[in-house]
Unconditional design. Structure first.
Length: 482
């Protein structure tokens, strides 16, 4: 028996995941995996064939895809998610554990407090996460910042939720508004928007949205503060022990920053090189080609995080004074926590992949085809519906820009198409929930429960998204740029 309505399939998946986790207290991995299996089994073969054709497969390949076993399709999407985040999560878990155990995170926090004072520390986390999130993937920002959040939370009473939300707010908005993040890069190519204009406009809109996010975070934190507690990557007593160490016994600031700066610098350099290098590398000298290859090797996000992990391990080794058993136990603890996060995140990716194979994105496109009034809110809502339905902000960006690219290139448009691109970026933030791998990463690294995340992180992004929409509509009216 098949279900021929993609929206009904979405509803079934939502009920299984939310009901399983919150109602039956199932482990998220199991709930997501069960939902992926049920949705996949109920998806008609013709839906799978149309999905495969939309991905550029030949007719024969699409037919073959539609006949693939349910378990095989789920395993493929599970594996695809692991390809994207597996090494990142494992190395980030090691970096975080080493930063906390070596005292490096504590040293960084004391330096931040020296520069900003207690009152401005959350703002510093908000702004730094936004600008780090421009060249670096969203997940990577969360991995790098969370150990610092936990150390800072011991300094500022009732601040843990505020700091978590500040990091989330900054990283999330940069990821969908400012090139060279992958989603905005695709969007500007599809809609013929100059990259420089998108960078400037995205940064301006992003600063407005994270400001709204900051005030919402302050309100949420006052309404229901959440205490720092034991999490998958750190015990509270270990963080508290580091907080009372005299500064002279902590690693130097430069050394402490290396595990964060090494991946950040390499990824940024690779991003810049990719933005300026010619399409045809044969026009360059052999030396320049070699240089680009070297930069590409070290700037790959997996390689960069491995190098950051090596730096973190060396710092921990210097603090442990050669105690191999101590280092080995810390690595084991980090990988145990990272493995659990990888499983949950990959299951979320499999569930999201099964939703995409129902063809729900194309269904949304058909519903909105030909509707040309109020284009900016339309662009926002298309992206928001796609994001909520299948969990990926990048897929939402791609889908919405594909639907509206023809309108964006219309010479009669009353405003510059950059405003449509920004509206799509803001809409792609709504609404993160259990089909989003990022939702699980923030839950597990921060140790927020699913209910807590749905009450704080999800509405945070809704607030920022709608704030962006308002700013964009005002900008299009006052500064149409045409």
């Amino acid at each position: 028996m098949y279900v021929t309505d993609p929206f009904l399939l979405l509803f079934i998946g939502v009920v299984i995941v939310v009901g399983g986790i919150i109602g039956f207290k199932l482990h998220p991995f199991l709930a997501l995996l069960f939902a992926a299996f049920i949705v996949s089994m109920l998806t008609p073969p013709e839906f799978l064939q149309n999905y495969a054709l939309s991905k550029g497969m030949s007719a024969d390949a699409a037919l073959s895809f539609s006949k693939r076993n349910v378990g095989e399709r789920i395993a493929t999407e599970f594996g695809n998610t692991c390809v994207k985040i597996g090494i990142l999560i494992a190395m980030a878990a090691i970096i975080g554990k080493c930063l906390l155990e070596s005292g490096a995170a504590e040293r960084i926090i004391r330096s931040i407090l020296y520069l900003t004072g207690m009152d401005k520390a959350p703002v510093a986390f908000l702004v730094s996460s936004f600008f780090i999130g421009i060249p670096v993937f969203f997940d990577t920002v969360i991995f790098l910042m969370m150990p610092l959040v936990k150390s800072m939370a011991l300094r500022i009473k009732n601040s843990y939720l505020l700091l978590v939300m500040c990091v989330m707010a900054g990283a999330a908005m940069a990821n969908s508004l400012v090139p060279p993040a992958p989603g905005p890069l695709f969007l500007i190519g599809e809609m013929n928007i100059p990259i420089g204009l998108m960078m400037v406009a995205g940064t301006i809109v992003g600063l407005f949205t994270i400001t709204a996010g900051y005030f919402f975070s302050v309100w949420s934190n006052k309404r229901g503060p959440i205490e720092l507690r034991d999490s998958v990557d750190a015990k509270l007593e270990d963080i508290q022990a580091a907080a009372i160490i005299d500064t002279k016994h902590l690693p130097g600031l430069g050394i402490s920053l290396l595990p964060i700066l090494i991946p950040l610098v390499f990824i940024c350099i690779d991003t810049i090189v990719n933005a300026v290098k010619p399409a045809d590398l044969s026009t360059l000298s052999s030396m320049n080609q070699t240089l680009i290859s070297v930069v590409g090797f070290f700037g790959n996000k997996n390689t960069a995080l491995v190098l950051g992990g090596i730096a973190a391990l060396l710092i921990l080794a210097s603090r442990k004074k050669g105690s191999k058993e101590g280092i080995s136990s810390q690595i084991q603890a980090a990988l145990n926590s990272g493995g659990g996060i990888i499983l949950i995140t990959a299951a979320g990716g499999a569930f999201g992949g099964m939703l995409q194979q129902t063809g729900i994105s194309s269904q949304i496109a058909d519903i909105t085809k030909g509707y040309q009034m109020a284009l900016i809110p339309l662009a926002f809502m298309i992206a928001a519906v796609v994001r909520t339905a299948q969990g990926s902000a990048t897929v939402a960006l791609i889908t919405a820009s594909g639907i509206l690219s023809g309108m964006a290139l219309n010479s009669d448009l009353a405003f510059h198409p950059v405003y449509l691109g920004l509206a799509i970026g803001c809409g792609s933030k709504l609404v993160p929930w259990m089909n989003d791998s990022g939702f699980w990463i923030i839950c597990k690294l921060s140790n927020l429960t699913e209910k807590e995340a749905l009450k704080t992180i999800s509405p945070l992004l809704v607030v920022m998204g709608f704030t962006g929409l308002i700013i964009i509509m005002i900008g299009a009216k006052l500064f149409p740029l045409v």
